[in-house]
Design a protein around this ligand. Structure first.
Ligand SMILES: [Zn+2]
Length: 158
């Protein structure tokens, strides 16, 4: 492909951490458990550098975890980490905007959002005009999410 995302090199990193020997099956063992934006550019196990949008992935069978760049997580593992980064970019640009469905589910699962916030996000996601109290709550939630992904190694519970 010549764009610096090397599937063979990624396989060499992921397969030894997986139970399945076949790549197509091995990728199904992995879940997205964390995302963060690196302060300093990092390298993806595929060899691509620089990467800012990093994902933590966890193998549900072997219990191993590793970090892979957002592009490879989507392209080679088929996990939609890109949709969560899209939401992050949107709320950073405009804190009055809502998280999207993928981000709401993800940050609730990772326990960044409590039950009340989870329900609030769902109920207000598509509302264009919010009361000032609702808007204040949305901004609080957005701040909390942005703070969570800035913490290196944020994962929440497995
Ligand atoms: Zn990569």
């Amino acid at each position: 492909m010549g764009d610096g995302y090397n599937l063979q090199q990624l396989k060499a990193h992921i397969l030894p951490l997986s139970n399945a020997g076949s790549w197509d099956v091995a990728v199904k063992e992995w879940s997205l458990v964390g995302i963060h934006e690196a302060d300093e550019p990092e390298a993806c196990p595929c060899g691509h550098f620089p990467i800012i949008e990093m994902c933590s992935i966890h193998n549900r069978v072997t219990g191993h975890s590793t970090e892979v760049g957002n592009i490879c997580v989507k392209r080679f593992l088929g996990l939609r980490s890109d949709l969560i980064f899209t939401a992050i970019k949107r709320i950073r640009k405009d804190p009055d905007k809502s998280l999207n469905a993928d981000a709401i589910a993800f940050f609730h699962e990772r326990r960044v959002l409590n039950e009340w916030e989870y329900n609030f996000c769902q109920n207000t996601m598509r509302l264009r005009s919010l009361t000032s109290a609702q808007l204040g709550k949305r901004r609080d939630i957005n701040r909390k999410v942005l703070a969570a992904i800035e913490k290196r190694g944020f994962q929440g519970p497995q």
